[in-house]
Design a protein around this ligand. Structure first.
Ligand code: NAP
Length: 339
């Protein structure tokens, strides 16, 4: 179906993904009615300039000072932080102003797997205002729907397995995943303390099992160092990572269900060897068994584009928290008219 009405968009958090999404929204010809960010050097600047373009005539407002009453918009796209707890004030502002919310924070994909009381609070705020809430981004098709689709033909499912490798060795996040750490330092830091990535990826197998109709019983997550038996070159650190030294993090997740089906995930964020490329695999072991592998060629654009392509879904969705697994597979907007 080709839609004619143009959704009116607010961008909340105008960093990398906020500005990338704003560019895609503009390319669709949809109006951006306001942009907000916490206090700092982005406030008072033009959103277009922050996106690296000519001015668009949209001045970024301080989210702690702005007046949201009378905000005439359909959807707020929020790209601030991964953690629900840190985003609650922003959710209250946008949902309270009567806007549907699409959040890019990774915990937002499956709030019920993070903190049930925050889930219920967000759900209640959305319902009280007659609007909907959705967490989405690049996992939508590459980690959630790919897992649901691969189980589609099954008559019986024994277990599911998810494995992904992501190249962090050329990025600024080497410390976040412990590249170059001794095993002792890794155990004391990333192994022990959630930090920026702990507790987030466990929601992927939970979300897939939930989407397949299973009842989650137990979830465990462990973070361990990825170790090579030979030196591997880390471009970001400009040095070899020697055997026995951490070349990144492996997040190992195990999920059980009341029905007896299990899912496990090995998510590796690490230095790559020559010839490796980012990819994510889902395997279903059952009758029949199948594998589905996704190779993302441009994860950044894909993540911003998932938010844009879910805009119509969330406008049409029932009030409260919605999950991508409930909204159906993400659909292209390629046939929508552009300016
Ligand atoms: N859903 C997915 O699949 C997926 C994929 C990749 C990344 N992510 C997540 O998406 C989020 C955004 O990423 P990014 O690269 O765009 O980050 P970023 O460049 O740091 O942008 C975040 C922006 O939000 C602002 N901000 C932070 N906290 C705020 C608050 N409480 N109120 C108002 N503004 C606030 C920041 O302001 P200042 O910089 O001015 O302080 C910054 O402009 C991150 O949490 C990231 O991990 C999700």
């Amino acid at each position: 179906m080709i839609h004619s009405a143009k959704p009116r968009i607010v961008i909340y958090g105008v960093g990398l993904f906020g500005t990338m999404t704003a560019q895609l929204v503009r390319a669709r010809g949809w109006p951006i009615v306001a942009a907000y960010n916490r206090a700092g050097d982005k406030v008072g600047k033009d959103l277009g300039v922050l996106a690296g373009e000519e001015p668009w005539g949209i001045c970024v407002e301080d989210s702690d000072q702005a007046n949201f009453s009378g905000l005439e918009a359909d959807v707020a796209i929020m790209a601030t932080t991964d953690r629900l707890a840190q985003n609650m004030t922003g959710y209250a502002r946008m949902l309270g102003a009567g806007l549907n919310v699409i959040c890019h924070g990774s915990e937002a994909y499956f709030a019920r797997g993070i903190d049930m009381s925050l889930h219920d609070e967000i759900d209640a705020m959305a319902k009280a205002n007659g609007v909907s809430f959705l967490g989405t981004g690049v996992w939508d098709y590459s980690r959630i729907w790919s897992g649901i689709l691969v189980a589609g033909p099954c008559q019986n499912i024994e277990r599911l397995f998810h494995k992904s490798i992501t190249n962090i060795g050329e990025s600024k996040y080497t410390d976040v995943v412990g590249i170059g750490f001794t095993q002792e330092k890794f155990a004391e830091t990333i192994g022990k303390v959630p930090g920026p990535i702990g507790g987030i990826y466990k929601t992927i197998p939970q979300h897939v099992l939930y989407g397949l109709g299973y009842t989650i019983k137990d979830v465990t997550e462990k973070r361990e160092p990825v170790l090579y038996e030979h030196p591997v070159w880390c471009a970001a650190l400009d040095k070899n990572i020697e055997p026995g030294i951490s070349a990144g993090t492996r997040i190992v997740v195990n999920v059980t269900t009341d029905e007896g089906v299990t899912a496990s995930a090995h998510i590796e964020l690490r230095v790559f060897e020559a010839g490796e490329e980012d990819n994510m695999l889902w395997q279903v072991i059952g009758n029949p068994s199948s594998d589905l592998r996704t190779v993302r060629r441009d994860s950044g654009t894909a993540s911003a584009a998932c938010m844009v392509n879910r805009v119509r879904d969330i406008i049409a969705a029932p009030p409260g928290i919605n999950l991508v697994c409930e909204l159906g597979p993400i659909k292209t907007t390629a046939l929508e008219p552009t300016p």
